[in-house]
Design a protein around this ligand. Structure first.
Ligand SMILES: Cc1cc2nc3c(=O)[nH]c(=O)nc-3n(C[C@H](O)[C@H](O)[C@H](O)COP(=O)(O)O)c2cc1C
Ligand SMILES: O=C(O)C(=O)c1ccccc1
Length: 355
């Protein structure tokens, strides 16, 4: 199911990264049921191809919130990329620029976000963790906006951080120079432990955070981690421009429904009011095809990009994005679709039981 280059990157990353870093990236929460089911869930859909269409060229260009991209395959926000490769986020941002993909930079980026913005040198979005220290969150968001972020993606599924069995304790020990690189100037004088506490996610956050982020940044805000139609509507009603269907790569609530099985309900409920993006377990062009046919505006990939980064820096991360994009073009041709506009739910047969 997994594309060969992606598998090779994974294997190389597993061999070369320190074991605790590999486990941090690879692991999921709890018994890892969601993590395991997530990849398989895409493969439970079946396709109803069209025939004798002109698919001599397959056009993968798309537009997200007014910005054109070469491919609907985008980079999911992932923390601490410098643990995978010295260039960290800079390499991944360069990879996204090279492939014309959307890059989403994490609040937990391990390189200064102005440098990440310079490396992206084009459209990028900023993922927001709403931290206990609101001023800290606001300062970071303003910096992201000043550095050119075109949208904010506030993560809704992480009021507290999921407990990962494979990682010793509840979290990997991330060196302070990675953890605080984007925060320390706003936390001047605080000792590292207090600084980390201020930077923790605020579990009391509500959907009002959407309006607050819009106010302080003037940017569109998407909510990431939505798995239900009614919750998507609640986010839109609070001012969200769109949502990301996600269970955080199986790293938060174990036994959460796989994204593949939540997507159609969310698309129906959103009813065209904004883009619905999706992530989780996307490892092939067929996975992308199913997601896009079900109505996703773009598909984000997390671990495959991190494995590519670990294996070969910016080149590896770009190779992962290119492999997925090329594979998507290939299966679209076999489906009789010459552009993303020709993908629709009639191409897809959902799993017989609905689950
Ligand atoms: C190592 C790692 C770090 C992550 N860090 C963040 C983060 O900082 N913010 C966030 O919203 N999501 C984070 N995620 C979740 C991803 O954005 C995404 O939802 C998930 O990885 C998609 O699943 P996939 O890895 O199977 O493609 C992280 C995922 C991984 C694997
Ligand atoms: O590891 C993660 O998935 C993640 O999103 C996170 C949460 C808190 C701190 C650092 C990363």
């Amino acid at each position: 199911m997994t594309l060969l280059p992606l598998q090779a990157h994974h294997d190389q990353a597993q061999e070369t990264l320190p074991p605790e870093v590999y486990e941090y990236y690879a692991s999921g929460a709890g018994a890892e049921l969601t993590l395991q089911e997530q990849e398989q869930a895409w493969a439970r859909f079946r396709l109803r191809p069209r025939v004798l269409r002109d698919v001599s060229t397959v056009d993968l260009t798309t537009t997200l919130l007014g910005t054109p991209f070469s491919s609907p395959v985008a980079v999911a926000p992932a923390a601490f990329q410098q643990l995978a490769h010295p260039d960290g986020e800079l390499a991944v941002a360069r990879a996204a620029r090279a492939t014309g993909s959307l890059y989403v930079c994490s609040t937990r980026a391990s390189r200064p976000l102005e440098d990440v913005a310079a490396a992206a040198d084009g459209p990028w979005w900023f993922q927001v963790y709403n931290m206990r220290d609101r001023d800290l969150t606001a300062a970071l968001v303003r910096r992201a906006a000043a550095a050119g972020a075109r949208a904010l993606v506030v993560t809704g599924d992480t009021p507290v951080v999921g407990i990962k069995r494979r990682v010793s304790g509840t979290r990997i020990s991330v060196p302070d120079d990675s953890y605080l690189v984007n925060l320390e100037r706003h936390l001047a004088g605080l000792p590292a432990t207090a600084a980390r506490a201020a930077a923790e996610q605020d579990p009391s956050a509500t959907v009002d955070v959407v309006g607050w982020l819009r106010e302080i940044s003037d940017l569109p805000v998407l909510v990431k981690g939505v798995l239900r139609g009614d919750e998507a509507v609640r986010c839109l009603d609070a001012g969200a421009a769109g949502v990301v269907v996600s269970n955080h790569g199986g790293r938060q609530l174990d036994r959460a429904v796989p994204s593949a099985l939540a997507l159609a309900e969310v698309v129906r409920a959103v009813d065209g009011r904004g883009p619905v993006l999706v992530d989780g377990g996307v490892r092939s062009g067929l996975d992308c095809l199913v997601a896009l046919a079900l109505g996703a505006a773009a598909v984000l990939v997390g671990r495959p990009v991190v494995w590519g980064l670990a294996a070969d820096g910016a080149t590896g991360a770009a190779a992962a994005l290119t492999a997925l994009t090329d594979d998507l073009a290939h299966v679209m041709a076999l489906t009789g679709a010459a552009s993303l506009a020709e993908l629709d739910p009639s191409l897809v047969v959902p799993p017989a039981t609905g689950w």
